[in-house]
Design a protein around this ligand. Structure first.
Ligand SMILES: C[S@@+](CC[C@H](N)C(=O)[O-])C[C@H]1O[C@@H](n2cnc3c(N)ncnc32)[C@H](O)[C@@H]1O
Ligand code: SF4
Length: 390
């Protein structure tokens, strides 16, 4: 691909904070999460996070953070007072936008009475609950530490504490699950009136217990497709608009943090194994940086450059592929103006691939706007591949 430069301008900036411990490792999970043993070193971890942030600050001087996301692992294992100490430290180092969305991932089996008020006082204004299912048999087969009544009670406690922006994660195509059970999961979720739903098909990820020994009773491909189609319709009927492969929201309640990833925005990633992506208008560069993965190694090294696992500059030729990998997940697609600004690549460089995708009825191009068709969203990997070398 021959590329004459287009001007790269820094997109919105987010902050991701990784908390790497869980009560127990779930057999399907390939996230950087580790079963916590004994008392977890959260106070030392907050010191490490702030030292880690200090090392990243020169990458983002003068920029404003639009969203913060505590992900895991199980961030809800962390006491509210320590979340507060971290957010105070972070906001003294970085400017946070007014009304900045600040999300905390929450395992319904880890929250006690009172902790939601502390999270609210610390500045958390959005919660994401890992419910997975409301069927106790399914939850057991998934190795979860909570049952459905605990999930319902935790969500109600959060609402009583004042949280009004709540996501529920559900998974479908679970071992032993049929269509009626998947529908019942959604109905029980709707009764709790979340503002956002994430609906993920269970995948068998390499290097997990489920990949090594798949559970019995998994729905076949047709069964999974059937569940997906019916559930999509139910979500739409209940007022949750699909805006990404697995994300559904009430109007105006889309997750701003995740939208920034999917729009090829910038983010600092701090914490064990966290990844960041930062654009420099001055250097016309895009840098990826990641941190040491293992919590003990990270804790030991985070106050020096040794905590940085690696840095990589993204070559101009690779940016269209990276952009599409994210943007084509979005139901509304993207604008060519946005593509040029956030990749530094002129639209002329992807003209041939766009034409091919339009011919195959994978994409619709209307002036500046590009959006995937239903067929394109079904074959996202094939569409994205067109931009791999071109
Ligand atoms: C990083 S997890 C964090 C939530 C929290 N740790 C919990 O599980 O309660 C984010 C979500 O990804 C989804 N997820 C994790 N592993 C998955 C898999 N193998 N297939 C589909 N979804 C998965 C689950 O719905 C989970 O809630
Ligand atoms: S609680 Fe969440 S992050 Fe932890 S092992 Fe289970 S799915 Fe993974």
């Amino acid at each position: 691909m021959s590329l004459s430069p287009s001007t790269l301008s820094p997109p919105p900036l987010s902050l991701y904070v990784h908390i790497p411990w869980c009560v127990r490792k779930c057999p399907y999970c390939d996230f950087n999460s580790h079963q916590g043993r004994g008392e977890l070193p959260f106070a030392a971890y907050v010191d490490a996070l702030l030292a880690d942030l200090d090392l990243d600050l020169p990458l983002v001087w003068g920029r404003t953070v639009q969203t913060v996301f505590f992900g895991g692992g199980t961030p809800s294992l962390m006491p509210g007072e320590l979340i507060d100490r971290f957010l105070q430290g972070a906001s003294s180092r970085l400017r946070f936008a007014p009304g900045c969305e600040i999300t905390l991932e929450t395992n319904p089996g880890t929250v006690e009475h009172g902790s939601f008020k502390a999270y609210c006082d610390a500045g958390i204004n959005r919660l994401s609950f890992g419910v997975q299912s409301f069927d106790d048999g399914c939850l057991q087969r998934l190795g979860r530490i909570h049952d459905s009544s605990e999930a319902t009670a935790a969500i109600k406690l959060a609402q009583d504490a004042g949280f009004d922006n709540i996501n529920l994660d559900l998974m479908y195509a679970l071992p032993g699950q049929n269509l009626a059970m998947a529908e019942s999961d959604l109905e029980q979720a709707f009764a709790l009136q979340p503002t956002h739903m994430s609906h993920y098909q269970l995948t068998l990820e390499p290097n997990t217990v489920f990949a090594a020994r798949p559970p019995s009773g998994l729905p076949d491909e047709d069964g999974s497709w059937d569940i997906q189609e019916h559930c999509q319709a139910m979500l739409a009927d209940a007022g949750y608009r699909q805006y990404e492969v697995s994300a559904y929201a009430r109007p105006g309640r889309e997750c701003v943090h995740n939208l920034n990833y999917w729009k090829y925005g910038d983010y600092l990633g701090i914490g064990a194994g966290a990844h960041g992506k930062i654009t420099s208008g001055h250097d016309q560069s895009i840098l990826r940086r990641w941190k040491l993965k293992h919590p003990a190694a990270y804790l030991e090294a985070a106050d020096s450059e040794r905590g940085i696992g690696g840095d990589e500059l993204i070559a101009t030729e690779r940016r269209p592929f990276e952009f599409m990998l994210n943007a084509l997940r979005l139901v509304d697609g993207f604008s060519l103006t946005g593509f040029e600004a956030s990749t530094g690549v002129p639209r002329s460089a992807i003209q041939a691939q766009l034409q091919e995708a339009v011919q195959k009825q994978w994409l619709l191009v209307d002036g500046d706007a590009v959006r995937p068709t239903a067929l394109g969203r079904r074959f996202t990997n094939d569409v994205v591949e067109l931009f791999l070398t071109g």
